[in-house]
Design a protein around this ligand. Structure first.
Ligand SMILES: OC[C@H]1O[C@](O)(CO)[C@@H](O)[C@@H]1O
Length: 718
């Protein structure tokens, strides 16, 4: 307030006049110049009364301004001068420092008080000037009528000058008022803009809320979808491929001695000499393992086939290999050629490798979200059924004879022919049609048939969302997949899950269970039945795990599975170690093996197949499946090859390396594997993308400290 006053003093023409006059003049000025107007301008805002008092002029203005009018000047000075000496600071410039509160206060002050106050100030100033002029004119007349003519004239001149200055002062005041007015308009404009932005933000928030609600509703509807007859049919037709895999895995075990005799016979009939026993064993192991080599090739090529011919298309074509492989093995004896057996096994391997890639992909892509886990487990159920069928058919009473074994191997044509018959009426994967091929109408038609409903828009929307989410990484090649930082984590998880299935030692049990049981004290007959018992347990437990998959979640079941396998692998070792001392310990090994297999069926048997397909969106899924399936087949092959040597080197400790692997895989699953249950492919993708972004932000190394909560995004860091 004082500053405001001072600023005015500097510009006050009356003060200037006072400073430039001499002593005698000073008297004249003092006596002639009306001090009250000068004071009234200086103290305009603070004075509650206005008095003109000189020797010559006495103007009482007290009555002309009300108390209210005067007190209302104070806020005007405050806002108009802004506390900066000699310069007017518009309130507009204060807004940034004071924020919203100051803006609102300023707005209130200006809008409610200042406008009226400024107007009143102007009016009162004009009034004062008018009153003063009138008073002065009256006094002038009075003086002109008097004798002191000369002094009066001088005084009058001074008064006139002062009056002019006063007028100027009023004018400058007016211009300040207009300035304030202009600022007020600007502030109002700015406040309007702020209001507008506020409204826009509010609208956007509402839009986001609506969108979230819509996504939630869509997901709920997706979770309500049921299993239709046609979907069951399509799944049955597709999993025949996995049954084929199980059958060919198990079929070679039972007729081992028959096949070895056949190899010897062929050799003798060709070269008229006996083949050494070791070479016979080696040739038999070629017949066994060449299947896994074919599996690696087929598994690796699965991604290319899936993209080129589609999932269903690829499966149909693959059956040509199935029929060809089956026929070759069937005709082996008639053709008197073990080479034919090897070739047939190799072709069957390629066929099964392709199946392990194409079937889980097709099933996960046609399944409704809420059934994806359960239906994914059907893959492994088919494998176990295939294995059991081969074990049962392989007993001596059925086809496990020197005459029956070619047919036993040749029966592999049955699943292939059945699939050729059943699959053509099934639709192609709608995801493949929509996302890969961009054939929306065909995708809609396929979905309508699978869901037995015309309401398929939720599925279409969900697929579109997946497509949008993966846009940045569409059409991924294997090299791009390996190099992509976003996909690295799911790829490593997919690979480790496959390794956890094979390096758990399951095939050590499957390929060598009869042998194992015999060496732990069972008779050959009992050992064979114990092996069949294992096959049955496997089928039953896999069946039991189907409803659990979408209730307990993949991660939980995998952890239970690996944990149980770890415990019973230790029991197997213990039973081996003390079987010499305690007789009934051989039964402990059988029971432990049964439990070991039971825990395998609970999770590690089926989850790796489905989770690999779940961890990736449409673009990188085929390439990821290829790599993961290849790893599975390599590990499968290695266990098959290495286990006999392991057995002779480690003896009773043969299962210990598997125990160590199981502990390792359990820890990995606990720390890194996210839950995919009831998550859309888009959500799973977002999970890894978010994790990758936060990794980028934190600039942390790729291995992160352990996290407690599995479902947490950061759990997926690798
Ligand atoms: O059921 C046991 C079988 O399952 C697989 O792990 C495939 O899932 C095979 O390698 C194994 O022989």
């Amino acid at each position: 307030m004082a500053t405001g006053s001072q600023s005015k003093v500097g510009r006050n023409p009356m003060r200037q006049a006072k400073r430039t006059t001499g002593h005698s003049e000073q008297h004249i000025v003092n006596s002639a110049v009306p001090s009250a107007p000068r004071e009234s301008i200086d103290n305009l805002a603070t004075s509650s009364q206005y008095t003109v008092s000189t020797e010559l002029i006495e103007v009482e203005e007290h009555d002309s301004l009300s108390e209210q009018e005067i007190s209302s000047w104070a806020p005007l000075k405050l806002t108009a001068r802004g506390g900066r000496p000699g310069a007017y600071t518009p309130p507009l410039r204060q807004k940034s420092s004071d924020g919203n509160t100051s803006r609102n206060e300023t707005k209130k002050e200006i809008q409610e008080d200042d406008e009226a106050t400024l107007r009143e100030l102007l009016i009162s100033l004009q009034k004062q000037v008018t009153v003063m002029s009138m008073n002065l004119s009256a006094k002038l007349d009075e003086l002109q009528r008097g004798d002191r003519h000369l002094e009066t004239t001088v005084a009058l001149c001074e008064i006139r000058t002062q009056l002019q200055e006063l007028t100027k002062s009023v004018e400058s005041c007016q211009s300040e008022v207009s300035e304030v007015k202009r600022d007020m308009v600007a502030i109002k404009h700015e406040l309007d803009t702020v209001q507008q932005v506020k409204e826009e933000i509010e609208e956007l928030r509402e839009y986001v809320d609506r969108l979230e609600e819509h996504t939630q509703r869509r997901k709920l509807r997706l979770l309500e979808q049921g299993l239709t007859a046609f979907l069951s049919y399509a799944i049955f037709a597709a999993v025949l491929g996995m049954l084929q895999f199980g059958y060919n895995t198990g079929v070679i075990n039972a007729p081992q001695s028959n096949i070895e005799y056949f190899i010897k016979d062929v050799y003798k009939s060709r070269y008229a000499e006996d083949l050494p026993e070791e070479i016979v064993k080696t040739l038999y192991s070629v017949a066994v393992s060449i299947f896994a080599i074919g599996g690696m090739i087929g598994g690796f090529g699965g991604g290319i086939v899936a993209n080129k011919f589609g999932r269903k298309g690829g499966l149909l074509l693959n059956n040509i290999l199935g029929v060809a492989g089956g026929c070759l093995m069937w005709c082996t004896k008639v053709a008197n050629s073990y080479e034919m057996l090897f070739f047939g096994r190799f072709i069957m391997g390629v066929n099964c490798g392709l199946n392990t890639s194409l079937v889980p992909m097709y099933i996960s892509e046609i399944s409704p979200l809420n059934l994806r886990g359960g239906l994914g487990t059907i893959n492994q159920l088919a494998v176990t059924v295939g294995l059991l069928i081969s074990q049962v058919l392989g007993i001596e009473q059925i086809l496990g004879t020197s005459e029956g074994w070619p047919l036993l191997l040749g029966l592999a044509v049955v699943p292939a022919l059945m699939q050729l018959l059943l699959l053509p009426v099934c639709p192609e994967s709608p995801r493949y049609l929509l996302i890969t091929k961009q054939w929306e109408e065909e995708a809609r038609r396929a979905l309508r048939r699978l869901r037995a409903s015309n309401q398929v828009e939720e599925d279409i929307e969900e697929m579109r969302a997946e497509e949008r989410a993966q846009q940045a990484e569409s059409s991924i090649s294997m090299l791009e997949l390996i190099c992509s930082p976003t996909l690295r984590a799911p790829l490593i998880i997919g690979i480790v899950m496959q390794l956890s299935q094979q390096l758990s030692g399951i095939n050590a049990v499957f390929y060598y269970s009869t042998d194992l049981f015999e060496s732990s004290g069972l008779s050959p007959e009992s050992a064979k039945f114990a092996t069949i018992g294992i096959g049955c347990i496997m089928v039953i437990m896999t069946l039991i795990s189907i409803p659990l998959m979408d209730r307990m979640g993949r991660r939980t079941l995998h952890l239970y599975g690996l944990g149980g396998m770890f415990i019973f692998s230790i029991f197997i070792t213990i039973s081996f170690l003390i079987k010499e001392m305690i007789d009934w310990m051989s039964y402990l090994s059988v029971v432990s093996t049964l439990f070991f297999v039971q825990f395998f069926a609970m999770g590690p048997g089926s989850i790796p197949w489905m989770i690999t397909a779940e961890l990736f969106s449409q673009g990188p899924r085929p390439a990821a499946m290829s790599i993961a399936v290849l790893v599975n087949w390599i590990a499968n092959f290695l266990v098959g090859i290495v286990f006999p040597s392991m057995k002779s080197y480690l003896d009773n400790y043969t299962f210990l390396p598997f125990s160590a692997f199981l502990a390792l895989f359990w820890t990995f699953t606990y720390k890194k594997v996210p839950e995919t249950k009831n998550k859309t492919f888009e959500e799973i993708l977002a999970l890894f993308r978010k994790e990758n972004e936060s990794e980028g932000e934190n600039n942390t190394p790729s291995t992160v400290p352990p996290q407690q909560e599995s479902n947490n995004v950061s759990d997926t860091k690798l």
